[in-house]
Design a binder for this molecule. Structure first.
Ligand code: ADP
Length: 172
């Protein structure tokens, strides 16, 4: 289990995987944070393809090519904006991970890297988000034997430590 689920500290745009996940907004037309970094690294072709997708609802995901990224594909998902935890935020965040994993399975992707969806501009508490990310990744890896690696890419040491703690808690 734990060898197929990895936590690393770094920049998601540098990951050598089949697909990286983008924490996008509902327009899919670019934003700041990880979205801005992915569009900069992928080049303008990514925005051109995103324009044809007509946006994406919160909790769902859409796939594009990766263009100049090392990753062949980008899975764009839209996390919930944190309000107070009583507006379906947990369920919507879990739905992001499940929607991404559904695309991973559908497209035969073997290695995928995720950023910590919703924990930047969208304000989702990191510890709570990390538990959801790890729970969904563990469930998926238990169901799908063909996926070799799920990498949770943490931006900064504190995010890294929070995710490692969630893996220890949930995966033992
Ligand atoms: P959201 O709007 O879903 O909150 P953000 O991009 O603002 O998305 O932040 C999501 C997470 O991605 C944050 O934890 C942020 O620190 C992290 N992040 C920002 N840039 C990168 C990057 N280049 N690689 C990996 N993670 C990143």
């Amino acid at each position: 289990m734990s060898d197929r689920l990895q936590v690393v500290e770094g920049d998601i745009t540098r990951q050598q995987v089949d697909a990286i996940v983008n924490a996008a907004n509902t327009t899919l037309l670019g934003g700041g944070g990880v979205d801005g970094a992915i569009h900069r690294a992928a080049g303008p072709e990514l925005l051109e393809e995103c324009r044809k997708l007509n946006g994406c609802p919160t909790g769902q995901a859409k796939i594009t090519r990766g263009y100049h990224l090392p990753a062949k594909s980008v899975i764009h998902t839209v996390g919930p904006v944190w309000r107070d935890g009583r507006h379906g935020e947990d369920e919507l965040l879990a739905s992001c991970y499940r929607s991404c994993f559904a695309l991973v399975a559908k497209h035969g992707i073997r290695t995928v890297a995720f950023p910590s969806i919703s924990t930047g501009a969208y304000g989702f508490p990191m510890e709570r988000a990390a538990r959801i990310a790890v729970t969904e990744a563990k469930d998926f890896l238990g169901r799908d034997r063909s996926v070799e690696k799920v990498i949770l890419v943490c931006f900064g040491k504190s995010a890294y430590e929070t995710h490692l703690a969630a893996v220890k808690e949930i995966c033992g």
